[in-house]
Design a protein around this ligand. Structure first.
Ligand SMILES: O=C[C@H](O)COP(=O)(O)O
Length: 226
């Protein structure tokens, strides 16, 4: 089970890397825009340096043609890290790019997946990860959980190496559903993790335990202090 962060905000990555079993960071041009006009490659290299060694970094191409996307991919690999996962939209041109990058043995994440058909094509093209857009699929009345379950079955039946990196989450229930239906990985905004861990019930339980302990051993006492 891989937990990734869908952000390039370095203070958040540093903070969440401290307590998450962080398996990587994903980005797209919209996420980059949120950060403002950063020095893109040095920013991404800095993220790479914060991440654990075996964690993955996923960076999206923006070219409009096969040639431009390939050039983007090679620039990303050269200027960030040759192990970077190149995110490629699962479109007609994108599928061409995926095939060509895989022929060069480059790590690829097929993104912008809304349908089973796109997912099946990306798996067949040899993508290392496929990124179904959970919340956006649900907004279009597409059953995201069912699509992920089908991707997982197809991957197992074909002994494919592709992993499902579910994305586009707007609540924690969507994340757990994605894992339960066979996603090996999920990328989420820090707001999702925060909301999940800031449940009032968790704080209430901890406060109750503290109060009961302090009733016996006194205010401010801990196990180490008694
Ligand atoms: O790169 C994919 C993102 O996870 C999409 O998320 P979003 O639907 O919140 O824009």
């Amino acid at each position: 089970m891989e937990f990734l962060l869908d952000t390039i905000h370095i203070p958040d990555i540093e903070r969440f890397a401290g307590f998450l079993p962080l398996a990587g960071v994903t980005s797209n041009p919209t996420i980059v825009k949120k950060e403002g006009h950063v020095d893109f490659f040095s920013h991404m290299k800095q993220i790479r340096s914060i991440l654990p060694k075996n964690a993955s970094l996923h960076v999206q191409v923006v070219g409009h043609s096969v040639e431009e996307m390939l050039a983007d991919a090679h620039t990303i690999l050269e200027k960030i890290d040759p192990e970077t996962y190149i995110k490629v939209p699962t479109s007609e041109d994108g599928l061409k790019v995926i095939k060509l990058l895989k022929a060069e043995n480059i790590n690829v994440t097929a993104t912008a997946i809304y349908t089973k058909f796109q997912g099946y094509l990306a798996i067949a093209a040899g993508a290392d990860y496929i990124a179904p857009y959970y919340n956006r699929m649900q907004n279009m009345n597409i059953d995201a959980a069912d699509a992920i379950a089908n991707f997982a079955n197809l991957i197992a039946e074909n002994n494919s190496h592709t992993k499902i990196l579910a994305a586009s989450f707007h609540n924690v229930n969507q994340v757990t559903e994605a894992f339960e239906n066979g996603a090996q990985a999920a990328t989420m905004g820090v707001d999702i993790v925060e909301a999940a861990l800031e449940m009032p019930a968790i704080h209430q339980a901890v406060n109750d335990f503290t109060n009961d302990w302090e009733d016996i051993f006194g205010a401010g006492s801990t196990v180490a202090k008694i």
